[in-house]
Design a protein around this ligand. Sequence first.
Ligand code: ADP
Ligand code: MG
Length: 328
Amino acid sequence: ATPAATMVGTTIGAQNGVLFKGGDVLERAKDVDTVVFDKTGTLTRGEMELTDVVAFSETLPDGGALAEGENAVATSEDATRGGSTATSEDEVLRLAASAERGSEHPLARAIVDGAESRGLDLSDPEDFENVPGHGVKATVNGDEVLVGNRKLLGDNGIDPAPAAETMERLESEGKTAMLVARVRAGTDGGELLGVVADADTVKPSAKEAVSELRERGVDVMLITGDNERTARAVAEQVGIDPDSVRAGVLPEDKSDAVEEIQADGRRAMMVGDGVNDAPALAVAYVGTAIGSGTDVAIEAADVTLMRDDPLDVVKAIRVSDATLQKIK
Ligand code: ADP
Ligand code: MG
């Protein structure tokens, strides 16, 4: 494009809330044949709300609750069978929220807010540890509390299997279900206490953005650290093919996933909002940071969408297209 055309395109983009980082980006955008959307905060609002709290105390293998003292000496075999204490829903939520106080993750915020709005008395976590893409670990009232996905529990020697049915039910509703477990001080085995779930809502224009991209002949994919079942439920809501979902992708693996998608010569636009997404934005043919995205994402991106609107992805491609056609 001539410098004049580039200037016009860049200006029109800016007037529409689409910031191109340079003339070459403006030129590349029209050649995008695949758009890869991050899920949380990109296709969804990223405003999670606590929706469910499940306590496993009713499913005691021996049919009765152990007293606190007895529980402290429970064998790890008992514990991994799924809950050896009569822990109420409120206590499951209180422990989870206390641990999550240390995290900035939207999933964590929703758990803390949900607990506070129920009037629960939270404790301050100690030795807080964030396990990116998996969850959190912290000491709450002297015991270690874990909140996160199946992998987090598995890696800590706690079998998530007893929660399978509950997890699957919540996930097929499109919710992010998180396991809550506790390792009592001075014991080895952990106990599965329950499950908490957060739900996010899909952005109102996400579906239209997907269908407009499709109409232009652009393939649309979804990439997320969230699990397969939740990811597919969200994909279905916005019209993305189940085969085009890449779920359970760890933060550090997102850029590999984009490279893999591009390996056969595809020109992918990665659209994301989080710190997680920055490396993937950097390797994509066009990296696009959306709306209230983090500074790191914006810095790594070629295009910044000022609004939180997935339809602006279509706008970016359209402005590029129009600019380069006009000058011919
Ligand atoms: P996304 O790609 O959707 O932004 P992440 O990569 O941050 O998701 O997290 C992936 C998964 O790890 C989440 O779906 C959740 O199961 C678990 N997880 C991450 N952070 C937390 C947390 N603070 N508390 C509980 N679970 C978490
Ligand atoms: Mg995200």
